[in-house]
Design a protein around this ligand. Structure first.
Ligand code: AMP
Ligand code: MG
Length: 421
């Protein structure tokens, strides 16, 4: 049995898939595989922040001034004139400032009288604006050639805006792993079954795990469920291994019909370990192709909460790593306990919990009452896994622990509502 950290380290040693090129519309959520630099200075010219008048500060003095308007500069044009010491140019937000100007006064602070502007407008302050007021100097955001985004980052919506700003429209990103999901067990039926025989249960896991992978934006094939019979299992596993990642649930513990690991070995997969010190979910197998690369396979325990937890803690980071994420580890968010938790024993426990922002702005966590590792209803009420360290004993109300948020968007932020409100 390996510890959670060691298991993750070994899993994350997998080589990323090769990159591919996408356009701006397909970039959000993908992992960047190149360095993106500024193709020009930003702003590319001294730019007005305001609608107003470009003037020389020396032309302003306490008390009203009246300056001739010598030109107009809409955004998108370039002034072909300079302003003199006692002149003004009407200028729009985003337009380049004319030579000779060292500030822009707000249109609200002026009045216009034909071809003249008067400053200040009646009732407006007459304090002379500071040097550069109303102007974003060229390169004040970034200089041409500056690195903006590094390989291994996940592209956010804002990053897509940045790529557009610098004209980077063909983007090298990690290919998305193609995932196949398979449930195993003689007892399983399709969820549509209404008259189940005694001993039968509906297959939750292939639906749960396929939904999870799709929520992460991955091309996902749900292979359904297969009986614990070596030949049928072998053929479904062979199908699943045609993609990049196979996620199998059930059949990885010590029972006589737990046939998944030998079936994977028969297909030439190299198995790295078969148990992890995690609760719920000790039986957990990880395998790769003989060269250590994809296809990779995760064999998760059959109980739905165990399958969900081990997927979230151990498999999900691998899906990010395959895309080339620099740090695919899940974030750990500190939370204050609203109820005590206990973890005796040497396995790290992950408890479904409801996390919300408390009255003082701190995150608060309430473990969801659970009847055990088959109780998927508890996870359905949760938005985070509370991490109870190995041999933690009892952790009291008000103490701080870490949680791993999850949600059906790939990156849920904190700020959830108090479920009791
Ligand atoms: P196993 O890991 O195959 O020993 O299964 C452990 C427990 O999880 C057993 O009670 C199974 O019936 C249950 N189980 C296995 N696969 C599924 C599934 N796809 N959906 C719901 N429960 C399952
Ligand atoms: Mg089974």
């Amino acid at each position: 049995m390996v510890g959670v950290d060691e298991a993750l380290e070994r899993i994350l040693a997998v080589e990323p898939l090769p990159p591919e090129s996408v356009g701006l519309a397909g970039a959000r959520g993908r992992t960047l595989r190149e360095t993106v630099t500024a193709d020009r200075d930003l702003p590319p010219f001294d730019r007005s922040k305001l609608d107003g008048y470009a003037v020389r500060r020396a032309a302003l003095r306490e008390g009203p001034v009246r300056l001739p308007i010598v030109g107009e500069i809409p955004a998108g044009t370039v002034p072909d004139f300079a302003i003199g010491p006692r002149e003004a140019a009407a200028i729009m937000t985003g337009a380049p400032t004319p030579a000779g100007a060292d500030c822009v006064v707000k249109v609200e602070d002026t009045t216009r009288d034909g071809d003249f502007m008067e400053w200040p407008a009646p009732g407006r302050p007459d304090a002379i604006p500071g040097p550069g007021y109303g102007v974003s100097p060229r390169a004040s955001e970034v200089r041409q050639g500056t690195t903006l985004l590094e390989p291994g980052v996940r592209l956010s919506s804002a990053a897509v805006g940045l790529l557009a700003t610098v004209g980077h429209v063909q983007i090298r990103v990690g290919r998305l792993p193609k995932v196949a999901v398979l449930s195993t067990g003689d007892e399983l039926t399709h969820p549509r079954a209404q008259r189940l025989r005694p001993g039968q249960i509906r297959d939750a896991n292939s639906h749960l795990l396929a939904a999870r992978c799709r929520a992460l934006g991955l091309p996902t094939k749900r292979l359904g469920h297969v009986v614990d019979e070596p030949l049928r299992l072998a053929s479904e596993i062979a199908r699943g291994l045609r993609g990049d990642v196979l996620i199998v649930s059930g059949g990885v513990s010590m029972g006589r019909f737990d046939l998944v690991e030998p079936a994977l070995e028969d297909q030439g997969m190299r198995m790295h370990f078969a148990a992890v010190a995690i609760r719920p979910g000790k039986p957990f197998v990880f395998g790769t192709a003989p060269d250590g690369g994809p296809p990779i396979v995760f064999g998760l325990p059959g109980n739905p909460v165990s399958a969900f937890t081990t997927f979230e803690v151990l498999a999900r980071p691998a899906l990010d790593r395959l895309q080339g994420r620099r740090d695919p580890r899940r974030p750990r968010v500190p939370v204050r306990l609203a109820a005590p938790i206990t973890n005796r024993g040497p396995r790290r426990a992950f408890l479904p919990a409801r996390v919300w922002t408390g009255p003082d702005g701190e995150l608060v966590a309430m473990p969801v009452r659970s009847a055990g590792s088959a109780d998927i209803g508890a996870v359905a009420l949760a938005n985070a896994l509370l991490v109870a360290p190995e041999n933690a004993g009892t952790v009291a109300v008000g103490e701080t622990l870490c949680c791993q948020p999850f949600g059906d968007s790939p990156d849920p932020g904190p700020g959830w509502h108090d479920p009791r409100a």
